[in-house]
Each structure stands twice: as C-alpha cells, then as structure tokens.
Design a protein around this ligand. Structure first.
Ligand code: NAD
Ligand code: FE2
Length: 373
C-alpha cells in the first residue's frame, strides 16, 4: 500500500508584515527566531508576543542540551508557537510543541511519552529542509555523539508559511548548503521504495526547479540566486512534501556521523556523501528508478540524451558549492568502520528507504570514495 498526505496548511505571503497582520499575533504566542530575522522583520512591527532566540542557548544546529535549555524557558500559557528560521529553529520548535516528562534525549530515543500541547506555525528562512511540512525533527544527541531524526505525527506543524522576502538576506553559503539539502531530499525520496506517483510528482518538480535555477545562478553569478528565491523556497517545500511521504535514505544516514562528530552543517555533509551514494547505486542497480531519474535530469539540463548526465549534475552542484574531500575535515580512514556500525545501528529509519540494499562493505566503500578525492 502507498499513501500520500500533506498535513500542514500551506500559505504564501508577499511580506512578513502581511502574514503578521493576518494571523493576529498576541500574548499567548511565542516567537522562536534568530536575532537577525527578529530585528529585521519582527521588531519593527511592535508585537506583544514572547520571544525566544535559540542562539542564546548554543550555536549551530540543534543539540538535545540546547533544546532542553529552551524547553526550560518556555513561558506558561503559550498556545501557539511561530518558528521563523531555518531547520534549526523549526526543529527546536517541533519539540516545544510537545509536553513530556522526559528529557529531549528520552523523547528522541523513544523512552518516554510525548504529546502535542501547542500548535505550530513554521516559517522557513532557508531554502532546504522542508521541515515546515514534515513530522520530523533532527537533533544532535550530545551524550551519544550522533545526530538523530525523530518522526512523530504530533510534530506536524499546523501551518507552513512561505514568505520569499525572509530568505533574501541569507548568506550565499547557507543558500547553497540548504538548497543542496532540498535537492538530496528530492532525489532520495524519488528513489525510495516508499515513493508513490504522488510523492514523485513533488520530487520531480523540486529537482527540475532547483537544477534549472542552479544553471541560471552558475551562468549569471552567485549573487543572482536571490532573484530565484521564491522558486528555491517552493522547491524546498516540494522536497519536504516528497520526503515527508517517501523518506530520505543513505545520503542522510551516512552524513549524520560527519555532522555529529565534525559538526559539518547538514546540507554540506549531505553534499559530501551524495555523489558517492549515487555512484554506488549506479554500480549495484543501474536499471530501474535511477534511469527514470536520469530522464528527469536530462530534461532539466535541456538535453535529449541521458549519457553523462550524472557527471553534468555533480559538476553543477560543485559549481554551487565546492565539495571538499572528507580528509580535509579531519576524517580518518580508521574511523569509517565505526561510522558505518553507528549508521547500521541507529539509522534504520533512513536505510530502509535505500534505492537498493547497501552492505556494510558498500557503505565503507562509499565513505572511502569521498575521503581523498
Ligand atoms: N526536520 C526535518 O525534516 C529536517 C530536514 C532536513 C534538515 N533538518 C535539519 O535542519 C538543520 C539545518 O537547517 P538549515 O539548513 O535550514 O540551516 P540552519 O537553520 O542551521 O541555519 C543556517 C544558518 O543560517 C542562519 N540563517 C537562517 N536563515 C537566515 C536568513 N534568512 N538570513 C540570515 N541568516 C539566516 C542561521 O542563523 C544559521 O546561522 C539541521 O539540523 C538538519 O539536520 C531537518
Ligand atoms: Fe536533509
């Protein structure tokens, strides 16, 4: 059986001001946003809601310690959370939606009950995670030295709100890494055994849109990505809908130890593993869904032939954000086996969506292929 659903109501606004007026923000609302976004878009409106800036509790992507600290600060009587930010802010907000006696580690490890107690309006300010439409939250678990994703239906946002003006000040680096993440979501969900005709429609649309826009950015110059911000934001949302239904797979699973141990940003860590995983799929199962994907890519590159399409595709990604070898981050050959053991033990949720089965040896070979090139 295949199922497909879009849970949050999706809304698009031209400006944050228009959104704020429509949702009527007030005293029982909590805004979770980083300082830059807050100062630029929220403060000028003089709203009376509570504010929490996750940056006060730690830098970088979420950790369970950071989320626990934010949970302790949650004021009484909050009914609605408005998370305005990238995956970091929105994923923290998803945990704040819940009431639970357990710590964040307990919740993520499934050791305690957790139930929805507040509603969530998710407003992305990067163009990658698609988390505004999924029931997934991802955090680093400090004690366990890895990243873990948790999927709970109680964490579906109620509204996903797309406002292109919010992403226009995003530094190029975060545009690049987050949009690569959206591309990986779309490709992994397209190839997933859980993909349906419906989820693939969203995967294809996202892949097509991102590839075409990347080609324009490469042609017109990096700074011109902003001209396409509405397309990137929508493509990220499509990718979220696709992987929210069909799942992500090995690229994400293999990237997690890199982010967990070397604190490599999520989209960048995905980029490091992306080509290695696809090349291994091509070696193990060149016929099937991956050929359909080649046709999708050829169309986006406006070429008749699929010959050499992966070379073109990965060259394009490399022009958007240069992929460095794993060794340049300090990754050592002798830790690859340990990474794979951790992935096999902790990331079955993702590995079960692989295009074809990958043995431990295959996964070690993928890491190796990314080590020094
Ligand atoms: N829950 C899911 O379904 C899901 C899916 C993919 C990724 N993730 C998670 O999301 C996190 C990554 O999120 P991300 O890629 O959106 O990056 P991010 O939220 O970590 O933001 C990256 C940086 O950009 C800054 N920033 C964000 N928006 C900005 C803006 N508009 N202007 C200026 N600066 C801005 C942030 O402050 C931060 O410094 C990771 O933890 C990843 O694991 C979750
Ligand atoms: Fe991702």
């Amino acid at each position: 059986m295949k199922t497909f659903a879009i849970h949050p109501t999706i809304q698009e606004y031209d400006s944050f001001k228009e959104f704020a007026a429509e949702v009527n923000l007030g005293k029982s609302d909590l805004i979770l946003a980083n300082d830059t976004i807050y100062k630029t878009f929220v403060e000028p409106l003089g709203l009376s809601c509570f504010l929490i800036s996750p940056k006060k509790y730690g830098v970088g992507e979420p950790t369970d310690a950071m989320i626990d600290a934010v949970r302790r600060e949650l004021p009484e009587g909050i009914e609605r959370i408005i998370a305005i930010g990238g995956g970091t802010v929105i994923d923290i907000a998803k945990v704040l939606m819940l009431d639970s006696q357990g710590s964040t580690e307990d919740i993520f490890m499934g050791r305690c009950e957790a139930h929805k107690a507040r509603s969530l309006i998710a407003v992305p300010t990067t163009c990658g995670t698609g988390t505004e439409v999924t029931n997934v939250s991802v955090t680093a678990l400090v004690r366990l030295n890895t990243k873990k994703g948790l999927a709970l239906d109680d964490m579906f946002p109620d509204f996903a709100v797309l406002i292109p003006e919010l992403i226009q000040n995003l530094p190029y680096r975060f545009f690049a890494t987050s949009s690569v993440d959206a591309m990986v979501h779309s490709v992994e969900s397209f190839l997933s055994p859980k993909a349906s005709a419906y989820s693939q429609m969203y995967s294809v649309q996202a892949i097509d849109l991102i590839t075409r826009c990347y080609r324009k950015v490469v042609f017109e110059g990096q700074e011109t990505w902003v001209r396409h911000s509405a397309d990137f934001l929508r493509a990220s949302n499509y990718g979220g809908i696709a992987f929210g239904n069909a799942g992500c797979a090995a690229v994400h699973a293999l990237s997690y130890p890199l982010s967990g141990k070397y604190h490599i940003a999520h989209g960048e860590a995905n980029l490091l593993m992306f080509e290695g995983v696809i090349r291994k799929y091509l070696e193990l199962q060149p016929e099937g869904g991956i050929q359909d994907l080649e046709v999708v890519l050829a169309r986006a590159f406006e070429t008749e032939s699929t010959a050499g399409i992966w070379d073109q595709f990965f060259a394009l990604l490399n022009q958007i954000f240069e992929r460095r070898p794993l060794s340049s981050y300090g990754v050592q050959t002798d830790e690859l086996e340990m990474f794979v053991d951790g992935v096999v033990e902790g990331q079955q949720r993702l590995l079960s969506n692989n295009y074809c089965e990958l043995s431990k040896e295959d996964m070690i070979a993928i890491y190796r292929s990314c080590l020094d090139r």
